[in-house]
Design a protein. Structure first.
Lengths: 353, 353
């Protein structure tokens, strides 16, 4: 709990003065006023986060957090649980969606075992993945809490440690997830924080049919009835209806915020992690960049809770960090506009009449 | 007229067989069905355009077409006409928005003088810009046609030639524009093709106020009354209420389509050019990729006429090709997904139950 408390204490708001200086530069660039719209908003944010008019964004890393979920036993996913370690192997081999998109964006991918229900020690020993296991998958939230409160703290602190250890190697953090059944705890989390019924914030995940969706909603309703998570207490929500990778993502976000570095939030599961981080430390929001709006039903509500407008809306629903990788291009683009575009005066271009 | 006619004849539809093969591969990738949504649609399109399951997209160039507009004399823009050549100089110096964003996307920028009302011969002689001047700016569309029909053909054929000459150097074309007052002819074009009143498709361009907007709408209404462009005749619309750069953009698009190469359409002015290209050859649409939805009021209607859903919606309204540059990242990302991601079988991952 010490690392978590210390981290929360150390998270500072964006720097207003640097933001203001960036704003003045951006509004004097050789273009009609604020003509690059949300790219300029992002540039201003990045200056405020990093305290710099030349934010470093060269070193970009997506941390893809993997874990399993006891609630998979309820048949809430189209895929068997063995897919979680199989996808970890695919990430390591470089052949998954996140690998292709991270390469496009010039980002690295680090895969983290937060608690996969399989033995990944060979991949860890070979240096292919990070290991921050909290346990061999969570318990079934339809029957009781996903994890103990101590395990929830451990998951979040593991995420913080990953961020702090990467401090010298990463300018821009990205979140990602892998875990069969993990839209179920994510919908439960969004339901708790938004106060909306499970049916409003539950989607088809990997592609379940109407009947399976009705079942999934009932499983989430049951998990909320059985566990009664307290929306005022982020650790309680994580412990009762969360997941190890969701806790790890929350911790990664808090760690990035502590380091005064931007963190690009991927899709639905990552946003559930962001909601936990927000519940623990609302100031952390100032370092979050919402990558995209997922197809997943509850994502809109989750982003609204954070007050974040996503950069992209491309009907993605893969996770892994794929949306975050795509959005990394905009982080770099925003910084290039801030640092490489001349002002009207510098370019000797006539101003508006 | 020969080059235009020949080009229209030679534009073929996308290749259905390659599209089908791409579709089969994309739906077997190691992810839930079509989980990268519109990125997969784009990958399928790129395969159909290029007739390849490994579309070449390494060489990306934005052609920023510049020209002046007689209608600037009506006071429809916030900026004086001298800004057009000043911005051309900024593009050449590498200090404008398009330069920064093209660098981010790994794209080149070629600036084309389609008819700027200034002497740019030194920049041309120094090899800094292409020169395809149709004239020293169009005539005032509030008083009569922007150009003769021959000049309209010349503008479009100049654009086609630029594309054909770049055939070996460019895998992916991008459009861009610069021309003070050019949202005015663009709104006129959208009004003609959509049948909507000018007020519905006219926006604030570089940022005019309410009173100036009312005036701009009345100027566009007058241009339509005076000229009566025929929506069935793309050259008539271009000649009567268009612009030299808009014709050049239309030609570039037709040339790209003839080459079976994708062309990323930037914002409002580029989409007006795309509407001219579409009127001349509807098949050309199969090679167009809509980059973004601009703030400019008429852009939504213009994209609907083309049946195109844009990739981005970031409140951009700069033009120059900036939205096309940002969208180039997605073209590359789509191809990486098509070519670098394994199938379930290749990755030995269990399929859905």
């Amino acid at each position: 709990m010490e690392l978590l408390d210390e981290t929360i204490t150390r998270i500072e708001p964006q720097d207003k003065d640097t933001r203001a200086r960036a704003h003045r530069r951006l509004e004097s660039l050789v273009m009609p006023y604020w003509a690059l719209g949300r790219l300029l908003d992002l540039a201003e944010d990045l200056a405020g986060m990093t305290r710099s008019l030349h934010p470093s964004v060269a070193k970009k890393t997506i941390f893809t957090m993997a874990a399993d979920h006891g609630v998979a036993a309820e048949g809430v996913s189209k895929y068997p649980q063995e897919v979680t370690p199989q996808m970890v192997a695919a990430f390591v081999s470089g052949a998954a969606g996140i690998n292709a998109l991270a390469r496009q964006a010039g980002a690295s991918v680090r895969v983290v075992d937060m608690g996969v229900a399989a033995d990944l020690s060979r991949l860890f020993a070979a240096g292919k993945i990070l290991s921050r296991r909290v346990g061999p998958g969570t318990k079934n939230i339809a029957k009781g809490p996903a994890m103990t409160r101590d395990e929830a703290v451990c998951a979040v602190e593991n995420g913080i440690e990953i961020a702090l250890e990467a401090a010298d190697d990463v300018d821009v953090f990205g979140t990602g997830d892998m875990g069969i059944a993990n839209t179920t705890p994510s919908s439960a989390i969004v339901s708790v924080f938004s106060g909306r019924p499970a049916a409003d914030v539950t989607g088809r995940g990997t592609g379940i049919d109407d009947e399976q969706l009705i079942h999934k909603v009932s499983v989430i309703e049951q998990s909320l009835r059985v566990n009664r998570p307290n929306p005022k207490d982020g650790l309680d929500v994580l412990a009762k209806v969360g997941g190890f990778e969701i806790g790890g993502i929350a911790g990664l976000i808090l760690g990035a915020a502590r380091l005064k570095k931007p963190v690009v939030i991927d899709g639905f599961i990552s946003t559930a992690g962001a909601l936990i981080a927000d519940a623990l430390c609302p100031r952390a929001k100032e370092y979050m960049i919402a990558a995209h709006r997922s197809v997943e039903q509850g994502h809109r509500a989750a982003l609204e809770l954070l007050g974040k407008q996503p950069l992209l809306d491309l009907d993605l629903r893969l996770g892994e960090g794929t949306g975050a990788a795509l959005a990394m291009n905009f982080v770099e683009a925003a910084v290039r506009v801030l640092t490489e575009v001349a002002t009207f005066d510098e370019a000797a271009v006539s101003k508006a009449r």
